[in-house]
Design a binder for this molecule. Structure first.
Ligand code: AMP
Length: 480
């Protein structure tokens, strides 16, 4: 029997876990590390380096490297590099190939079927891009699983008592909050919310900005871009991590590096945790509104929450933990390893799907409403946010004019009443047989599968003809 495999395809790092016998383990990569940096370098001839090798390469040639590509999933972004072009999907596929190849070597087996996690707040298009990356890497996706749900699965392994939990998942690029009821092996997600534009990277940027200003004032040495930006970010990220433990951090401003231990730099810049926290207080505050919205959607108040679970490396920041304490009146649960908790849950979900693991049932929800653009540029919701998935709904379309050849339908995902304010999932044109006005009867079904990916099909009720309609890309839906 195949080993159930789960992958946490992270903004900053990616991890792969497997259920081996009764145990779920995060598997080491070829470098012996559990975390593989989600970094890709494209070399001449099209060769790619992934992970630590890409970081090492970028030390000399930062222009060859892309990172945090997850933030661009679902978009038409293209990364133009000196030796070619990468897209978020091709770069993600390279990361997946690396973690799979390393795991195959470690397990001495081949891997084909996987569960991959995404932020709960990923829309249908971002999920589809994740599935496309897996496809490109030669993998079959058993399920696209929400990261906070994966964290809750891991938490539930050792906690059988029924309880209401909130998962805060702050990774490198995104923030998710999920409210769940768990107990007796049933995991029911009540509501999800989040901020797709908030992650540890933003804290890095805040320090890097401050560092750049301080560095410019010293005028010590001129660095060319993009090396300067790259070094500033590197030192900023490193300092941020250290500030989770230490009250102050010293930076070697001349070399744009952290000084080696015991080495007193002549041109030293000190940042205190307090200073860091006031530079980034506005970022912490952005955790509050999504949390309040998720609780409201679940019909709960903070006092109903029995446990706050943290996932994602950036929840190590003391300010995040203090904020959780302030909002929920209790310290967050720190029994789980924030880096490993998502991959572990993904492997457990794979075991539920293929490994005969029957003790657990999972009911997840869709993060945003799905609907269509209607008259006067308004958005009509067909599937409301926080509906349990899989789910399906249908709507009958007719012809507004005699012999109208087709209807044009725009599919959207979001929460805003105005169509233009929502995420455009695509368009499709529905062929209509030549009939007098109002006579055509085309039933269009919108199905969100258990991975949160949208499938559309159409049925001509008069002719009893079925038609599959598929979203293939941004702004483009084709009938097949
Ligand atoms: P993830 O996407 O879960 O791998 O989280 C990565 C983010 O966590 C990055 O922004 C890291 O800089 C951040 N991170 C990791 N360790 C720490 C730490 N000790 N203190 C603060 N942030 C951290």
């Amino acid at each position: 029997m195949q080993i159930p495999i789960g992958i946490d395809l992270g903004t900053t790092n990616s991890l792969i876990a497997g259920k081996i016998g009764d145990r779920i383990a995060v598997l080491p990569n070829a470098e012996g590390k559990l975390l593989t940096p989600s970094v890709v370098a494209l070399l001449s001839g099209g060769d790619m380096l992934v992970g630590q090798q890409a970081i090492d390469w970028a030390e000399r040639c930062p222009q060859d490297m892309v990172s945090s590509v997850k933030r661009s999933m679902g978009s038409l972004t293209k990364f133009a590099l000196p030796h070619g072009e990468l897209t978020p999907v091709t770069a993600s596929a390279a990361i997946l190939r690396k973690v799979i190849a390393d795991a195959e070597r470690y397990l001495a087996t081949t891997i084909s079927d996987v569960v991959i996690t995404v932020p709960a707040y990923f829309n249908a298009r971002q999920r589809e891009d994740t599935a496309n990356a897996a496809d490109l890497a030669g993998l079959r996706v058993l399920r696209i699983l929400n990261e906070p749900t994966a964290a809750a699965l891991t938490f539930g392994l050792g906690n059988e008592n029924p309880q209401t939990v909130v998962v805060w998942d702050l990774g490198g690029g995104t923030f998710d909050v999920s409210v769940l009821r768990i107990g007796y092996g049933v995991y029911q997600v009540l509501a999800v919310d989040g901020d797709q534009r908030l992650g540890g990277d933003d804290w890095d940027q805040a320090i890097a900005h401050w560092l750049r200003q301080s560095w410019e004032k010293t005028g010590v040495m001129s660095w060319p871009e993009p090396e300067l930006a790259y070094r500033l970010r590197l030192v900023a990220e490193h300092s941020k991590r250290l500030l989770s433990e230490a009250p102050t951090v010293e930076m070697d401003i001349a070399n744009l590096a952290l000084p080696a231990v015991n080495e007193l730099p002549s041109n030293c810049l000190v940042i205190s945790r307090q200073q860091f926290q006031s530079l980034t207080a506005h970022l912490c505050e952005r955790l509050v509104a999504p949390t309040e919205r998720a609780l409201r959607a679940a019909g709960l108040v903070p006092a109903n929450v029995e446990r706050v679970i943290l996932a994602g490396g950036a929840t190590r920041m003391p300010a995040v933990q203090e904020l959780a304490m302030r909002l929920f009146g209790q310290p967050p649960d720190s029994s789980l390893h924030p880096d490993l908790v998502v991959a572990t849950g993904a492997a457990l979900q794979a075991a539920i799907l293929v490994g005969g693991e029957q003790r657990y049932t999972l009911i997840d929800v869709v993060p945003f409403a799905v609907g269509i653009a209607t008259e006067k540029g308004m958005f009509t919701q067909l599937i409301p946010a926080n509906s349990p998935i899989p789910t399906q709904t249908s709507r009958i379309f007719t012809n507004a004019r005699d012999d109208q050849g087709s209807v044009f339908i725009q599919v959207l995902q979001g929460e805003h009443p105005r169509a233009a304010d929502n995420e455009n999932l695509g368009y499709f044109e529905l062929p209509i047989p030549p009939l007098p006005r109002g006579m055509a009867r085309i039933e269009v079904s919108f199905e969100l599968d258990a991975s949160g990916i949208l499938h559309i099909s159409a049925q001509d009720l008069l002719e009893d003809l079925a038609r599959q309609v598929e979203i293939v890309n941004v702004g483009k839906i084709t009938a097949v």
